[in-house]
Design a binder for this molecule. Structure first.
Ligand code: PEP
Length: 258
């Protein structure tokens, strides 16, 4: 992390876990043990039906609530979909876009790009995910692949808005597998993502954009991962479902940096 130039963000991704009642219970437990004083930005991205309960419970806190997906269209005949203005109206601050589990359901880079643009337009913070498969890593094309995902995902994002995007590097082979990238592996890719942003935009924007690591981050490995200079936080699945574990990760993000 480098707190001097950019925000540290610890974001939870609940995926398809917890009901609205369980959300209320979780948020009350979390509120009771949240660290006091100044700390990093904290987001919890929850299933759509849990958003109202989460927003209500965390109203007086600095925890921002987010969605796990959105539709890029403003309104219309898209049964089952949720537009970005519905999310902001419901109290969301963040939205995860392009998670590998959604890409596996058919979401393309063009879809990701349209959603990023729609989220920015609505005033949401898009948490744009990228990541390589194990086959791609073994074929030594990780950097190339990620660079392409970043370029396509950010297409058309103007210079003055790019730093509002949070990028999450999530190697697919590390998500939900218990197999974490080593701090060096994660740093190498996050550093290369920053270089892509530098090339596409400017050194100033590259220095200001927050890049998270995700993939089996937990209360045990968070400190070491977050100590890397280009890892500005985490996108956390499993460990964000347990208040004590999530708080320990927030505490790891409070470590002093350069
Ligand atoms: C995720 O869902 O984005 C994720 C990183 O999951 P986990 O932490 O469980 O690997």
């Amino acid at each position: 992390m480098n707190k001097k130039y950019r925000k540290t963000v610890i974001a939870g991704n609940w995926k398809m876990n917890k009901t609205p009642s369980e959300t209320k219970e979780f948020m009350n437990q979390l509120k009771a043990i949240l660290p006091k004083g100044r700390w990093c930005d904290v987001a919890l991205c929850v299933p759509a039906v849990c958003i109202p309960a989460a927003v209500r419970a965390m109203r007086e806190t600095r925890v921002g609530i987010g969605a796990e997906n959105c539709n890029a269209n403003a309104s219309g005949a898209y049964t089952g979909e949720i537009a970005t203005n519905m999310l902001t109206d419901a109290g969301c601050k963040y939205v995860i876009i392009g998670h590998s589990e959604r890409r596996a359901m058919g979401e393309t880079d063009a879809d990701v790009n349209a959603k990023v643009l729609a989220a920015l337009e609505a005033g949401l913070v898009p948490i744009m995910c990228c990541g390589e498969s194990l086959e791609q890593r073994e074929a030594d094309i990780t950097e190339e692949w990620i660079s392409m995902q970043i370029k396509l995902g950010l297409a058309g994002v103007p210079e003055d808005k790019v730093r509002k995007v949070v990028i999450a590097y999530e190697p697919i082979w590390a998500i939900g597998t218990g197999r974490t990238a080593t701090p060096e592996q994660a740093e190498e890719v996050c550093n290369s993502i920053r270089a892509v942003v530098r090339k596409l935009y400017s050194s100033k924007n590259a220095r200001a954009i927050s890049i998270l690591y995700g993939g089996s981050m937990n209360e045990k490995n968070a400190f070491e991962l977050l100590a890397q200079p280009d890892i500005d936080g985490g996108l956390i699945g499993g460990a964000s479902l347990v208040p004590e574990k999530f708080v320990q990760i927030i505490e790891a993000a409070n470590q002093p940096t350069v």
